[in-house]
Structures are given as C-alpha cells and as structure tokens.
Design a protein around this ligand. Sequence first.
Ligand SMILES: CCCCC/C=C\C/C=C\CCCCCCCC(=O)SCCNC(=O)CCNC(=O)[C@H](O)C(C)(C)COP(=O)(O)OP(=O)(O)OC[C@H]1O[C@@H](n2cnc3c(N)ncnc32)[C@H](O)[C@@H]1OP(=O)(O)O
Ligand SMILES: CCCCCCCC/C=C\CCCCCCCC(=O)OC[C@@H](O)COP(=O)(O)O
Length: 271
Amino acid sequence: MDGLWMIALLLLIPLLLWTSSTFVFYFKKCFYVAWMMLLALFAIPLCILKSGGRDVENMRIIRGLVRHVKYFLGLRFDVSGWEHLQTEGPYVIISNHQSSLDVLGLMEILPDRCTMIAKKELIYAGTVGLVCWLGGIVFINRKKTNDAKNVMADAAKTMLDDQIRLWVFPEGTRNQRGGLLPFKKGAFHLAVQAQVPIIPIVFSSYSNFYLRKEKQFNSGTIRLKILPKIDTKGMTSDDISSLSDKSFNLMRSAFHSISDSVTQSNGPSRH
Ligand SMILES: CCCCC/C=C\C/C=C\CCCCCCCC(=O)SCCNC(=O)CCNC(=O)[C@H](O)C(C)(C)COP(=O)(O)OP(=O)(O)OC[C@H]1O[C@@H](n2cnc3c(N)ncnc32)[C@H](O)[C@@H]1OP(=O)(O)O
Ligand SMILES: CCCCCCCC/C=C\CCCCCCCC(=O)OC[C@@H](O)COP(=O)(O)O
C-alpha cells in the first residue's frame, strides 16, 4: 500500500507543478532562453558557411530557424497590412518593444535584407549575441549619444549602398506598462538622412497572456499591424519632431485598437 501511495505521489507532484501557473511561467521563460541559445549554436556554422561571416543575408537563416518557437510557447500571430511591406528598396521599420518575445513576431514578418539596431550589450549574450553579430545587427551604445549618432549616420549610408532595411525600436527600451513610451529620435534621423520611408509596425499588448509580476505566461494571440509607409523625401532635420510625433500618434492609436480587440476575443485582462 505504501508503494502505491508513493507512486501516486510521484505522479501527482509533476501534475501539480504542470498545472501551477508559476511553474509554467518559469518553465516557458527558461525554455525560451535555452532553446534560443541552442538554435543560435546551430545557426552559427550555417551562417559562416553561407556568407563567410557578418552579412545581413544571414537573417534568412535566423528567421527560418526561429519561426517554430511560437508553437512551443502556445503563441499565435495574427498579421494585418502585409501589403505595406511590399515596398521596394531600403526603408526603416519602427515598432513598439515589450519583451524579448518580440523577436518571435519580428521573425514572423521580417522582410529580406532587413536587420536591426540593438543595444551593444546584446553582443555579450553568448551564442545569441554572436548570431546577432553574424546577422549584421548594428550595435549602439545608448549611454553615449554621440557614438550612437555616428553609428547611425554610418548605417544610413550603408542602407543605401547595400540596399538594406533597418528595424528600430524607437522607445529605446522594453516597455510593459501599457501604451508606448515617448519616442527617441534616432530612427527618424536615420530615415531622413537616408531619405527612405518609415514603415510603422505595432505589436498588440502582451498583457492578455503574459504578466511578469503575476508570474503568468499563458497561450495567446499577438496581433501585428503593419501600417502604411510614411515618406520622408525632401524632409530635413527640422522635420524630425513632427515626423516622430506623427508616427507616435499613429502607432499609439493602432496599439489601443488592436490590443482592445485581442483582449475582447481572449477574455479580460489589464493593460
Ligand atoms: C537562430 C537562433 C537565433 C537566436 C537569436 C534570435 C534572434 C537574434 C536576432 C535578432 C534579434 C534582434 C533583436 C533586437 C532587439 C534589440 C532591441 C534593443 O536593443 S532596443 C535598444 C536599442 N535601440 C535604440 O535605443 C534605438 C532607439 N534609440 C535612439 O534612436 C536614440 O535616439 C539614440 C540614438 C540611442 C540616442 O539616445 P538619446 O537618449 O540621447 O535620445 P534622443 O533621441 O532624445 O536624442 C538626443 C538628441 O540627439 C538627437 N539625435 C538622436 N539621434 C540622432 C541622429 N542619428 N543624428 C542626429 N541627431 C540625433 C535628437 O534629435 C536629440 O536632439 P534634440 O533634442 O535637439 O532633438
Ligand atoms: C552567457 C550570456 C547569457 C545571456 C542570456 C540572454 C540571452 C537571451 C536569450 C534568448 C532570448 C532571445 C532573444 C534575444 C533578443 C532579445 C533582445 C532584447 O529584447 O533585448 C532587450 C533590449 O531590447 C532592451 O533592453 P532593456 O529593456 O533596455 O534592458
């Protein structure tokens, strides 16, 4: 009888753990980091064999390898406005930034020859950092504005010379407090310096499935809305503030509309 109790207990403990939302939260987070690190380890030789080193073309390999990860985490993407990405030549994509999970949505829609602007600390993230470097990610030092400006001015030239698209998170940091943080100006200087359009992309709020404080990481749908491009031809540095304000207002209103609709279809939440 004691043996039977022991077996029942051994079966019950993992079941209880599995149904505990805190356990699921930590399990999914650890799994995400570990799996991305492992995928990156696998991607490194593929990128080197394909391009011989750092090259934006490596983003095709990275994109291909990352796309299945959403299934493990129980996430679904609902993308609208695909037609706005059918723009020829270089452009700057701007999007809101809630979490490292944004990488999954980014890889879902990443156009060819598109790489990102990221904080320089990311390069030290083990195999993921090396893959970011191999994918041509432009690293900036956010604590040294002048250095960051110079790097972005070089990036504006490279965009045109090598026909590259750049994805920038104009909030400059992750934000899960609902809404959008005020935009930094770098993305807009970049687009105006290169005289290329801006394509705003909005991720709906994650608060219907992911709550960091409450330790909840459920399944859920993320809406991605690709907005029409904003032309910058003929603009100068005098137009930066109005360009930034216009982009911010468009993205904020899209954020609220897609976050409200995802909340209504997935049940109540706060954001
Ligand atoms: C196969 C397995 C793979 C596994 C791995 C999976 C994936 C890996 C691959 C991809 C993952 C990619 C993920 C990337 C995510 C990275 C996200 C981030 O790191 S976000 C943080 C970094 N990004 C940014 O910070 C961009 C936004 N910031 C800016 O643009 C800032 O403006 C800035 C350039 C950093 C400067 O910052 P500052 O705080 O000083 O802000 P201000 O904007 O207020 O600027 C001050 C002042 O300067 C003027 N300014 C700004 N930029 C420029 C410029 N380029 N040229 C000229 N002048 C500039 C600005 O106008 C202000 O002046 P004023 O007040 O007079 O207007
Ligand atoms: C040995 C090194 C260990 C490092 C472990 C971290 C590795 C992360 C592993 C997997 C996650 C994969 C996605 C990586 C891309 C994450 C990019 C990101 O979201 O960076 C945060 C940055 O935008 C803003 O940072 P802050 O909010 O200002 O802070």
